[in-house]
Design a protein around this ligand. Structure first.
Ligand code: 1PR
Length: 527
């Protein structure tokens, strides 16, 4: 029996699913005695150090946790469950950690995008059963802006390189804790958790020893989901956001089945966008929650969900906050939520007043779940100009000329799935959202969507060069070379595609095979 410490934030469901997949039963901690009587304790954490510690103090879990750690019984911490073991964190300098290890948690101060999001390797520093059955060159999923700095070097199990060489896991006695998320690291993560749970006696030597790791570029499969006219939830795909063909909503398959297929074929991440979320309210649209729950039972890579994340008042006058909507998604298995229309309205308000209110969906969700859990999805469309002057927007000189030979354009943000253009450009939106606490940009392009003509490299460069958070290039992928182009001509961290993956026109494995000696990628398939 595994006891799982759920303090109410983050994606605990994924950890439960991963442990159940191994065949273990789980008891979720509901009071102090559950911690004290645990045989094996798993402490997963996502979000903000300060809010996590506040909850642990409020629930009076701090002393029992320290007692448990001292008892010598097995403990596995994940992400914030690693940070919590240290004395303090730069994320919340006024809040003490458990202080089981001397040292602190530091913020990345590097010349690369922060958060560090994606698949990276580990340099194993000492023999451990944790890596039994693995070769040593596997990649694990990371998502964090902070890392631990132990005073005692002997506790370091692995390090990882990202601008600096940081500690990516620790191990001492029966305590193991990882910065990366085994529950989101596909088959290799499941093996690693199994090694903790089943405690193999022998250590098997690794065939590969790394001394420098590299973050992989991510290949993301995106499923645009909505109800068709018969009321079935289907994966659809538009051409420049028009998803109807001969009057019917295009049906490319069932969301859960298709997501599982993409996972097995090697997708590094799966995104679901509820594309009619602007008019259907997610908490009334229960199929989205249940599709997430079912998907997370079988898919062990990060899941992002978007559509309809905003404050909402129902017909009976009950108001739900965007944070409540996001929380429901996280509880159902999402690792990140994606905000589209609401982000545009928030940025417009911010630009009008110049004030951060702390009340917007971006700020609130980021405060509770951490910046890395908040993606802003941008749906821009090109507006061509013959001159760059007096426009009041970020204008670029373009090689793709307009219909009347115009040599300039700006990227107009839209809301409601491209139905309404706003007086705001994509570069400004990305910058404002980063300031408000977004951790990643999903950069679509209506002109390119569904065209198979390649990513809008000019757009990706304009946005990527204006922010320090990771950018997912989206819209237009038609062949393997398009992925190579976007990764070599821009600094985008990820490339997303929909149509070509759903229709099997270009399998994910073909993309990775093509990229493998040219661009750092994760090669494993998941079974
Ligand atoms: O505004 O917060 O409710 O979120 C709605 C979300 O739904 C937004 O993220 C928005 O991008 C998305 N959305 C709304 N309408 C559509 C539509 O297609 N009619 N889909 C839509 C956006 C774009 C990508 C697509 C890529 C890759 N789809 O997700 O998957 O363009 O396609 P490709 O590789 O086939 O070219 P809110």
């Amino acid at each position: 029996m595994i006891t799982l410490l759920d303090y109410g934030a983050g994606n605990v469901r994924s950890v439960i699913n991963a442990i159940e997949r191994i065949g273990e039963n789980i008891k979720v901690v509901s009071d102090v005695d559950d911690i004290l009587s645990a045989e094996k304790l798993v402490f997963p954490g996502v979000g903000n150090f300060g809010s996590m510690m506040r909850i642990l103090y409020q629930k009076q879990y701090v002393d029992p946790l320290k007692d448990y750690l001292r008892s010598g019984r097995p403990f596995f911490g994940i992400c914030l469950g690693l940070h919590a073991l240290f004395e303090k964190s730069e994320e919340a300098p006024d809040t003490s950690g458990l202080g089981f290890f001397s040292g602190q948690v530091k913020k990345f101060d590097i010349d690369l995008s922060v958060p560090h999001i994606g698949w990276n390797g580990v340099n194993i520093k000492k023999p451990s059963q944790t890596f039994n059955g693995l070769r040593g060159d596997e990649k694990f999923y990371f998502v964090h802006s902070f890392y631990v700095e132990p005073e005692d070097n002997d506790v370091v199990l692995t390090t990882t390189n990202y601008g600096v060489e940081f500690v990516s896991s620790i191990q001492t006695g029966s305590i193991t804790a990882t910065q990366f998320h085994p529950e989101k690291s596909g088959d290799v993560g499941i093996k690693l958790l199994k090694n903790f749970i089943q405690s193999p006696r022998e250590q098997i030597a690794l065939s590969y020893v790394s001394n420098k790791t590299r973050l992989a570029k991510r290949i993301i499969a995106c499923l645009d989901v909505r109800s068709n006219d018969q009321g079935d939830l289907v994966v659809t795909k538009g051409d420049q956001y028009n998803v109807r063909e001969n009057g019917d909503v295009r049906n490319l398959g069932k969301p859960v089945e298709l997501a599982e297929r993409h996972y097995r074929e090697g997708a590094d991440e799966i995104t679901f966008l509820n594309i009619t979320g602007f008019r259907d309210f997610p908490l009334e649209d229960i199929p989205m929650l249940s599709l997430l729950k079912r998907t997370s039972e079988h898919v062990f890579v990060p899941l992002t969900i978007g559509g309809g994340i905003r404050d909402y008042t129902d017909q009976k006058g009950r108001t739900y906050t965007a944070l409540e909507v996001a929380s429901a998604y996280f509880r159902s298995g999402a690792d990140k939520i994606s905000i589209g229309s609401d982000a545009v309205l928030i940025a417009e308000d911010y630009l009008k007043t110049g004030k951060m209110t702390g009340k917007s969906s971006i700020e609130q969700i980021s405060e509770v779940y951490g910046a890395q859990a908040v993606v802003v999805s941008i749906d821009p469309r090109r507006v061509y100009l013959s001159s760059p002057d007096n426009v009041g927007h970020h204008v670029i000189k373009t090689d793709i000329k307009g219909p009347d030979g115009e040599g300039y354009c700006w990227y107009q943000c839209t809301i409601k799935g491209g139905r309404e253009g706003r007086n705001l450009d994509a570069v400004t939106l990305a910058q404002v959202c980063e300031k408000l606490g977004a951790g990643e940009i999903l950069l679509n392009c209506i002109d390119k969507d569904g065209t198979n003509s390649g990513y809008d490299i000019e757009l990706v460069n304009a946005v990527k060069n204006a922010v320090t958070i990771p950018v997912i290039a989206s819209s237009g992928a038609g062949c393997v070379e398009h992925f190579y182009d976007v990764f070599t001509k821009t600094k985008a961290e990820s490339a997303l595609a929909a149509g070509i993956f759903h229709r099997k026109e270009v399998p994910i494995a073909a993309v990775k095979n093509y990229l493998k000696d040219k661009v750092e990628i994760r090669l494993t398939n998941n079974n």
